[in-house]
Design a protein around this ligand. Structure first.
Ligand SMILES: NC(=O)c1ccc[n+]([C@@H]2O[C@H](COP(=O)([O-])OP(=O)(O)OC[C@H]3O[C@@H](n4cnc5c(N)ncnc54)[C@H](O)[C@@H]3O)[C@@H](O)[C@H]2O)c1
Length: 257
């Protein structure tokens, strides 16, 4: 599916209320669109308020300006869902960031801390804020956007890759704790995906050559689209995945075979 074609509705999401962090761009935006096309009400939470508003307006949802590194902002995003739509069923902990490839010994403390603050602590704060509302709804689903780099690292990403290993494992940790609450927690592990963030992964030296290298390392012969990843997130969030929890699902065209 191209980014411009309308998403095809998935079963098992109609009538649900979903919160998507980092929902204003890339994978998050594709997830917002697919959730809405599948009958869910969507709260778009993002640092970029204007883009969040545009995304929410597009799907008839609600926008919240939220920084996932702030416990107060995460609580406010959950409250916006419950106040606006009465309950919360689905949470996509998707906001994330990286830097350009940087040798491990040259990563600044600031960049290292910021990467973990958003990719790990931000996902945890979002999930922590949402658990009470999900329990009130009788259960629900959390999907964390991890990365293939959480399982297999590469040079230049000694902050990002470990942060995604932690994000992948956060999903498993939450899954074992909250299964008894009827809350399923899974992660997707995308390979390089055609979003704004891709520029960082390709680096500045020769992005076209880097892209070719990435593509040739993927058995299906192309990068992921945001829609590929959104499909996996929405499937894991849906009732169709009702017996799946603690799964880290590669969305990688066979990269990790
Ligand atoms: N693009 C890839 O190649 C790729 C591969 C694997 C995993 N991922 C992961 O997918 C997720 C989405 O990334 P994307 O590729 O769509 O990138 P993107 O840059 O298009 O979108 C990221 C979104 O997160 C938001 N965001 C950043 N920091 C935030 C914060 N502190 N609070 C709230 N929102 C914040 C940004 O404003 C942006 O809208 C990230 O977790 C990323 O690590 C991306």
């Amino acid at each position: 599916m191209s980014a411009s074609s309308a998403p095809v509705a998935l079963p098992g999401l109609d009538g649900k209320v979903a919160l998507v962090t980092g929902g204003a761009s890339g994978i998050g935006l594709a997830t917002v669109r697919l959730l809405a096309a599948s009958g869910a009400k969507v709260v778009v939470a993002d640092l970029d308020e204007a883009a969040a508003t545009a995304a929410a307006d597009e799907v008839g949802g609600t926008a919240v300006r939220a920084d996932v590194t702030s416990a107060d902002d995460c609580a406010a995003a959950v409250a916006a869902a419950v106040d606006t739509y009465g309950h919360l069923d689905v949470v996509a902990c998707n906001a994330g960031l990286t830097t350009y490839p940087t040798p491990a010994v040259e990563i600044t403390e600031g960049d290292f801390d910021a990467t973990f603050a958003v990719n790990v602590k931000g996902a945890w704060l979002t999930a922590r804020a949402a658990v009470g509302a999900l329990k009130d709804a009788g259960g629900g689903a959390i999907v964390v956007t991890g990365s293939v780099m959480g399982e297999r690292t590469r040079p230049g990403f000694a902050a990002y890759a470990p942060s995604k290993a932690a994000a992948n494992h956060l999903a498993r940790s939450l899954a074992v704790e909250h299964a008894g609450d009827g809350i399923r927690v899974n992660a997707v592990a995308p390979v390089a995906t055609d979003t704004a963030m891709l520029e960082k992964f390709l680096g500045t030296e020769d992005p076209a050559a880097a892209r070719q290298r990435f593509e040739s390392s993927i058995p299906l012969g192309r990068l992921a689209t945001p829609e590929d990843v959104a499909s996996a997130i929405c499937f894991l969030a849906s009732d169709s995945a009702s017996f799946l929890t603690g799964v880290v699902l590669p969305v990688d065209g066979g990269r990790s075979i």
